[in-house]
Design a protein around this ligand. Structure first.
Ligand code: ZN
Length: 339
């Protein structure tokens, strides 16, 4: 691993993008495929990338970075929203803001986060969402690029939309949400470099459920908090999670922990999912990052699921912003053992 080289690449990519004379800050109509189709369709991989290229071109708060290659041969991309970006500060160890990393399309058929993140970053850029000052938002637009390019309409037949979507396996048929610690795929290796460069305090991985039926559109699967150790784990479980639940309930977006039951009735209770480091949040927890998987409910209409994912991320950001100092303090304590 060569982090200095990555940093140089990142800065160079940014310089190239920043030199574009066409940057303007005025409001523009940049509409997603999801919105154009009234919530029935998800953007294809080229449409996602063109959308972010346009955003990065039009708004100085948005930057688009080309990272390392994935198993598909195509490079992973990273998009950031940062109103306080200076020439070299974005990924500097001296940066004062917390970073929230959002991962999308690890299972490309579960495309809710791909579309919700596009709207989220546009609305941040256009200041339709209150600008976070203490939190840099970093988004992987589509993590499983090979899977996204393998588009079909039949591999998630129980799911209520979108019309067509990517396949779960990547270009070499890996399930990438089992490969974080082993890192057999180039996607995982590229993720590791992004993760080590950003050192995010917070992490969201967007998914759609596969199994049980229930009323909720939104469920959360926070990392199993005891693994974060004393103060940080307690904070996630006792403060951050209830704040997210309460805040969403006030907006009529009830959310509950992810229900993972197979062939048994609720009378016997639900087991909490243990996210070992082969999973995204299990991996990020190794580095004292507050991680959460979002699982929207597959039987709910696509439009509602994407809108819920958008609202969830917006709410998560508002709490992260309000709690920025506390999160910084507890993360530092977990890392160094000193306040
Ligand atoms: Zn998934």
């Amino acid at each position: 691993m060569n982090l200095p080289k990555i940093s140089v690449l990142i800065i160079l990519s940014y310089v190239l993008l920043a030199c574009n004379e066409n940057r303007i800050n005025k409001q523009k109509d940049i509409i997603t495929v999801f919105e154009k189709t009234a919530g029935l369709e998800t953007a294809t991989y080229p449409e996602v990338m063109n959308f972010y290229k346009q955003l990065a071109n039009d708004y100085t708060t948005i930057a688009l970075y080309e990272m390392e290659a994935t198993d598909s041969g195509k490079p992973l991309h990273l998009v950031t929203f940062n109103p306080n970006r200076s020439f070299e500060s974005e990924f500097s160890t001296a940066q004062k803001q917390n970073v929230l990393l959002i991962n999308n399309g690890i299972h490309p058929g579960e495309s809710d986060g791909i579309d919700a993140s596009m709207m989220l970053l546009r609305d941040l850029a256009q200041q339709k969402i209150k600008t976070p000052q203490q939190t840099i938002i970093a988004v992987i637009p589509v993590y499983n690029i090979g899977g996204a390019l393998n588009r079909n309409a039949t591999t998630r037949t129980n799911q209520n939309g979108p019309k067509a979507y990517g396949f779960r396996g990547n270009a070499r048929n890996y399930d990438l949400n089992r490969d974080f610690i082993k890192a057999d795929s180039k996607n995982s290796q590229a993720f590791t470099k992004i993760f080590r460069t950003l050192r995010p305090a917070l992490f969201i991985d967007n998914h759609v459920s596969n199994g049980a039926d229930y009323q909720y559109t939104l469920t959360h699967l926070f990392t199993q908090h005891n693994k974060l150790g004393g103060a940080l784990g307690n904070y996630l479980h006792q403060t951050f999670m209830p704040a997210l639940e309460d805040s969403l309930a006030q907006k009529n977006w009830d959310i509950t922990p992810y229900v993972n039951v197979f062939n048994s009735t609720p009378d016997q209770g639900f087991k909490q999912f243990f996210d070992s480091p082969r999973y995204s949040t299990g991996y990020t927890t190794l580095f004292n990052t507050l991680g959460m998987m979002v699982e929207t409910h597959m039987l709910k209409p696509y439009k509602k699921r994407v809108e819920g994912t958008y609202e969830l991320m917006k709410t998560f950001i508002a709490i992260a912003e309000k709690e920025a100092e506390q999160i910084k303090k507890l993360s530092r304590y977990s890392e160094t053992g000193t306040p």
